[in-house]
Design a protein around this ligand. Structure first.
Ligand code: ADP
Length: 451
């Protein structure tokens, strides 16, 4: 096992990784921007190094600065958290060339999954299919029209190097095809620097169901159940739960097995997530995220594993300590992402937290980096923590989450807690199985009613 690990991240995930390291007796190295001088991860780590700068580009994703700290601290491995360098194969190559371990998959696996066309081809090669479509690079809008006429509209035009819904355009009729292709290409070029697009059917009421897996360097790969992350706004996940409710076990198992096939197909090592769209009893491969995800705690609560500990172990060359047969799913877990933002206008709400009371009680876990007096900087994402509730049943998990959010008090800034409270009382949400469009539709409806 490593004796010293550098955490190339900030916020709640840096704190989460430090905790796992401490449990394993690994000494920790934090890095921080000028704005994060008083951050919790800096206080909790054994050593902390200033990167200077304010924005992520000037600090956390300046590879030269991180490499310099690796050298000065003598860290043997880097945990990238999520975001930042977590899916950056150039960074992974640079540090592995120095003999420093990247706590993530090999750079080649990152590259295969880094572009949606190659990720789709990699899945197809092992017999796992995406939404019906074509992996050809689109140059002619007529192809979209032909596809729509043959298989039906709507059709999604998607940027190969896109993400977060950017570079994705939905075509509802033949007349829209040309403008949509141009617009997808333009958006892709401006956000991602590349304009290659492809197309697939646009599903109108899918659920986002994903499979967590973990793979070691000895060729063992195990899936750890599913998560449903359909409660999204503008493709940003808001509430996640595990396991995905109301889907027959045979289908959940088939998804798990498909996910393992995809991972094995690219010699994957590390924790990873294979995302699917699920609609009308069918599931379609969407992509693979080659990193730890924000929502990993819900999986930890229903399986009893510590995913960060496993990441550290497999990166250090250890074999997985269990097999697929050992994995059992018990109970239900739900996570609410707490953001510093106006709960209904969704505008960021940075500032000083004047008072903070975290929730507690049976089945409640809080992963957060905030404290009373902490200043939420405007320069990074607005996530200030996650409340995770576990219950024997989904009903109990929801009940516990409602109680937890009613106890939680964050003053001095606005948070989206009221939005979560609203959704946790919504009849359709409580029933389970809503599509990825449900939350947006509900918000649009509320706006209409309010005038
Ligand atoms: P990511 O941000 O995960 O890279 P994409 O940009 O591919 O995802 O897609 C963003 C979101 O758009 C997905 O999470 C999913 O909710 C939705 N989506 C993607 N492809 C389709 C499709 N073919 N049909 C319906 N919804 C889709």
């Amino acid at each position: 096992m490593f004796s010293k690990v550098l955490i190339a991240n900030r916020g709640e995930i840096a704190v989460r990784v430090i905790r796992a390291c401490r449990e394993l007796g690994i000494s920790t190295v934090a890095v921080y921007s000028d704005l994060d001088r008083d951050a919790l991860h800096v206080r909790l780590a054994d050593e902390a190094y200033a990167l200077g700068g304010q924005t992520a580009a000037e600090s956390y994703i300046d590879a030269d600065k991180i490499l310099d700290v690796i050298q000065r601290s003598g860290a043997e491995a880097v945990h990238p958290g999520y975001g930042f360098f977590s899916e950056n194969s150039d960074f992974a190559r640079r540090i592995t060339d120095l003999g420093v371990a990247f706590i993530g998959p090999g750079p080649d696996a990152i590259d295969v999954m880094g572009d949606k066309i190659s990720a789709r081809l990699a899945a197809e090669k092992v017999g796992v299919h995406g939404v019906p479509g074509s992996t050809e690079i689109l140059t002619d809008a007529q192809k979209v029209v032909d596809f729509g006429n043959e298989f039906g509209f709507p059709v999604a035009i998607k940027a190969a190097y896109g993400g977060g819904g950017r570079g994705m355009k939905v075509v509802h009729s033949a007349e829209e095809a040309e403008a949509a292709l141009e617009s997808a290409q333009r958006e892709a070029l401006s956000y991602f620097g590349r304009d290659e697009c492809y197309m697939e059917r646009y599903l109108t009421k899918p659920r986002h169901v994903e499979v967590q897996l973990i793979a070691d360097s000895q060729g063992n790969c195990v899936y750890l159940g599913t998560r449903d992350c359909s409660a999204q706004r503008r493709h940003q996940k808001l509430i996640e739960e595990a396991p995905a409710p109301g889907i027959p076990d045979e289908i959940l198992d088939a998804m798990g097995e498909a996910a393992v096939k995809v991972a094995k197909g690219c010699d994957y090592v590390n924790a990873g997530t294979v995302e699917f769209l699920y609609q009308d009893g069918g599931f379609y491969y969407l992509e693979m995220n080659t990193r730890l995800q924000v929502e990993h705690p819900v999986t930890e609560l229903i399986t009893g594993v510590d995913l960060v500990e496993l990441q550290l172990r497999v990166a250090a060359g250890e074999a997985l300590p269990f097999t697929q047969e050992d994995v059992t799913i018990t109970g239900h877990a739900i996570e609410c992402r707490i953001n510093a933002e106006d709960p209904f206008k969704f505008t960021p709400s940075p500032g000083r937290i004047t008072s903070y009371h975290p929730p507690g009680g049976p089945g409640i876990r809080v992963d957060s980096h905030i404290y009373q007096g902490y200043f939420v900087p405007p320069h990074y994402d607005s996530l200030i923590g996650k409340v995770i509730a576990y219950g024997e049943s989904r009903e109990q998990a929801i009940r516990r989450m409602r109680i937890a959010l009613s106890e939680m008090a964050v003053q001095g800034i606005q948070t989206n807690i009221p939005l979560h409270q609203d959704l946790l009382l919504d009849e359709r949400f409580v029933k389970g199985g809503t599509s990825i469009h449900y939350l947006e539709q509900k918000l649009a409806q509320q706006k209409l009613e309010k005038g």
